[in-house]
Each structure stands twice: as C-alpha cells, then as structure tokens.
Design a protein around this ligand. Structure first.
Ligand SMILES: NC(=O)c1ccc[n+]([C@@H]2O[C@H](COP(=O)([O-])OP(=O)(O)OC[C@H]3O[C@@H](n4cnc5c(N)ncnc54)[C@H](O)[C@@H]3O)[C@@H](O)[C@H]2O)c1
Ligand SMILES: [Zn+2]
Length: 388
C-alpha cells in the first residue's frame, strides 16, 4: 500500500501557501491500474489542464443539480473546453436533495446520455455534493457497462469522504445506499473555493466525517482538530486545505488496503449504523447525513465506554468537539428504541445476521469492527438516548 502526497508545483513549499496560490496538492490513491490522483487547492477550476488531461474521448456529460449548476456549471464547462475545441459538453441538471437519490432520478442521467448518443469513450463528470457524486458514479459504472468518470466535489462531505474510494449508489425506500457499485474515478478535483458558497449547516455536516478519521485511526489529526475547530467553523482556507488533505490521505490509505470493504474499510462507518437508523426513520433529508453520523458517533462512543473499552475522557472529547462544530450529540426526540432496532435489523440482514458495529477501543485513535460485544451494552445505549 502506498499513498503519496505530492505538490504539483515546487516541492518544499508549504501546502497552505501553495493552495492559496492555485497550485494543487496531490494525494494519490494507489489501487494498481485503477489508481488516480486527488487534486486539492484553491482556484483549481481555473486550471483547465488538470481536468483535460483526464478526458479521453470527445464527449463529456456533466451531472449536477439545480443548486450547484448556477454557481459552477459554466466554470466547469470552460475548464473542460478552454483551448480544447474537440470536446463537446452536455449537462443534466437534477433536482436537489437526498430524496432524489433514487432510480427515477438516475434514469434522467441515462435518458440524457442516450439522447445525446454518448459512446463508450465519453466521460461523466459529477459536479456537486455526495448525492450527485454517488448517483453520477453509479450511472458511469453502468452506462454502456462503464464509462470514464471524474468527480468535482463541492461540499465538505464530498471533498473529505464521498468522492474518494469509489463507492457509488442510490437509496432504496427500505434503506440507504442499498443499490450501487464500486467504481473508481479517473481523478478527483477539489477546488476549495467552492466551499465559499456552502451553507453553514452543510459545512458542519462534513466535519462529522473529518472528526471520524481522527477517532478511528489518527489521534494527532483529532488533536489538531480540537485546536483548530474554531478556524474550521470560520472557514479559514488554510485550515480547510489541511483538513481535506489529511482526510483524503486517511481515506486513501484505508481504501488502498481494502477497496471493496471486505474488512478494514468498514471502520469508515463509525457512527453510521446508528446514523443510518436516524436517516431512514426521519425520512431522508430532514437530518443531514453528517448530523446523523454525529449523533451516531456519540452513541458508538457511549456504547464503547459501557463496554469498558475507552476512558470517559474520550467520550467527553467526542461530545465537546461535535458541540463546537454545532453538530447534534443526541438523536432526534422522535427516535425510539424500536425504531433503532428495526432499522438496524436491515443492516444485520445485509451482513449475514450479525450486527457488526464500529466501536472505539483502546487509546484515542483506535477502533474495532466487531459483532462480538455484550448485547446489554447496546440496549443500555439505546435506552439512554431514546425517551421510549
Ligand atoms: N460514497 C461514499 O463513500 C459516501 C461517503 C459519505 C457520504 N456519502 C453520501 O453523500 C451524501 C451526502 O453528501 P452531501 O452532504 O454532500 O449532501 P448533498 O449532495 O445533498 O449536498 C448538500 C447540499 O449542498 C448543496 N451544495 C453542494 N455544493 C454546494 C456549494 N458549493 N455551494 C452551495 N451549495 C452546495 C447541494 O445542492 C445540497 O443542497 C449522502 O447521500 C451519503 O450517503 C457517500
Ligand atoms: Zn458518512
């Protein structure tokens, strides 16, 4: 396994200075012949070459939504076509929202691709947050049995997590992300300037995944976050450039060891079993993914403490940092123990009858994936966080 981080311009210069001058930091995801670079920096959408070097055919389909299109579609089309008259760009603008991450909306991507007579050499470009990235990636994996794919993530959530690692898919009425494929992009281009237009609540939602990386495998990064959480909340560009880079490195390292989630990669799901139960029970979209994950992370920490696997101080630090990030630390009041249990039963069925959880164990920055825990601790946690 190798994850190399390089600066595309002069080596030795500080990342923060480079990013503010428009040179990308590059994190390489090492997956043999499916390896690809993640470019991170300010103003990268003005650098046509970065995108164009990854376009192989002459046709591109940009998949975006009604919120992101007015902000960045023209810019992306210019980046794809500047000095490159051979390339033609189509676009499809989908409705915005997690509730549209479904088969009907997916079909709109195929409709556009087929009507435009796109061939196997075409490239699908996902421009937007995790919903667009997951849906466009899944469309790219199955259109004509697989076409080129580029991610241009524009939310913190997508820049630190969903655009990296090749998980793509859509939701089913009975559960999130149940239909999908592993499909790696040709590259990921992260222009940190796109975060300037992101609503505060979405920004915080993405930080839940950043905090997750610290807890599961990177204690120094968690400690850095504790010191810099206010800088992140005030959108300090250098703090964000560092956060995105460290997050992508953590994710890339895990993914290159376990691309298809046969084991280790599941650690990225800390807080997600509880979180998915919240998302499914509340109806998609009422609670943002990161908000549900934040409450789920506190529940996972609580259960780990009840099992005697972590110190109380870790539980406190988890609560503190999430509160400072203005994220929820308890599930919504309408959630009952039974709602958690029935949503978790679907997860359990998917995993051969064993409900494996990601729990914290040992010093800060260590976790386990396990189905081997005292069921009493799970019941106690659910009762502690639900009114009925
Ligand atoms: N594939 C994976 O590995 C993975 C990992 C984590 C999350 N996810 C998925 O990602 C999704 C959540 O992603 P998300 O949090 O990015 O949500 P999202 O895609 O719904 O984006 C959040 C909101 O921000 C808007 N937006 C996006 N970029 C913007 C910008 N630059 N300025 C202003 N508004 C902008 C969107 O239109 C949307 O309204 C979930 O479906 C989740 O399952 C996937
Ligand atoms: Zn997540």
């Amino acid at each position: 396994m190798k994850v190399s981080t390089t600066l595309a311009a002069t080596p030795g210069m500080e990342t923060s200075k480079l990013s503010s001058r428009g040179f990308p930091t590059v994190v390489d995801v090492d997956l043999g012949d499916r390896s690809y670079p993640i470019y991170i920096g300010s103003g990268l959408l003005n650098q046509s070459d970065l995108l164009q070097r990854h376009i192989h055919g002459k046709r591109v389909l940009v998949v975006t939504n009604t919120t992101v299109a007015p902000l960045y579609l023209d810019k992306v089309v210019s980046a794809l076509t500047n000095g490159n008259p051979n390339v033609t760009v189509e676009n499809v603008i989908l409705p915005d929202g997690e509730k549209y991450k479904d088969t009907d909306t997916l079909m709109k991507v195929f409709d556009k691709a087929i009507e435009s007579q796109l061939d196997r050499q075409c490239t699908f470009v996902a421009l937007g947050g995790g919903v667009i990235g997951d849906m466009c990636g899944y469309a790219a994996s199955s259109f004509l049995r697989g076409v080129n794919f580029i991610q241009i993530p524009t939310t913190v959530m997508a820049q630190v997590d969903s655009s990296v690692g090749g998980k793509t898919g859509i939701n089913h009425r009975l559960g999130k992300n149940l239909i999908g494929a592993f499909y790696q992009p040709q590259c990921v281009l992260i222009d940190t300037d796109t975060l300037n237009t992101l609503p505060d609540r979405e920004l915080a939602s993405g930080l839940a995944e950043v905090i997750k990386y610290g807890l599961i495998r990177d204690a120094p990064f968690f400690e850095w976050q504790e010191k810099n959480i206010q800088a992140l909340m005030s959108r300090d560009p250098d703090a964000f450039a560092y956060t995105i880079k460290r997050s992508c490195e953590n994710k890339a390292e895990v993914v290159s060891q376990d691309e298809k989630e046969t084991g280790l990669r599941a650690i990225g799901n800390l807080g997600h079993t509880f979180g998915h139960a919240i998302e499914t029970s509340c109806g998609y979209g009422h609670w943002l993914h990161g908000e549900a994950v934040a409450a789920g992370t506190v529940m996972a920490a609580d259960m780990s403490y009840r099992l005697g696997w972590i110190d109380e101080s870790v539980v406190e630090r988890v609560n503190n940092i999430l509160k400072q990030a203005k994220l929820p630390t308890t599930p919504p009041e309408m959630m009952t123990v039974d709602m958690f249990k029935s949503a978790m039963a679907i997860d359990k069925k998917v995993a051969d009858g064993i409900l494996r959880l990601i729990l914290l164990k040992g010093p800060l920055g260590s976790c386990v994936i396990t189905g081997d825990y005292d069921r009493k601790a799970l019941d106690e946690t659910l009762r502690a966080f639900c009114k009925s």
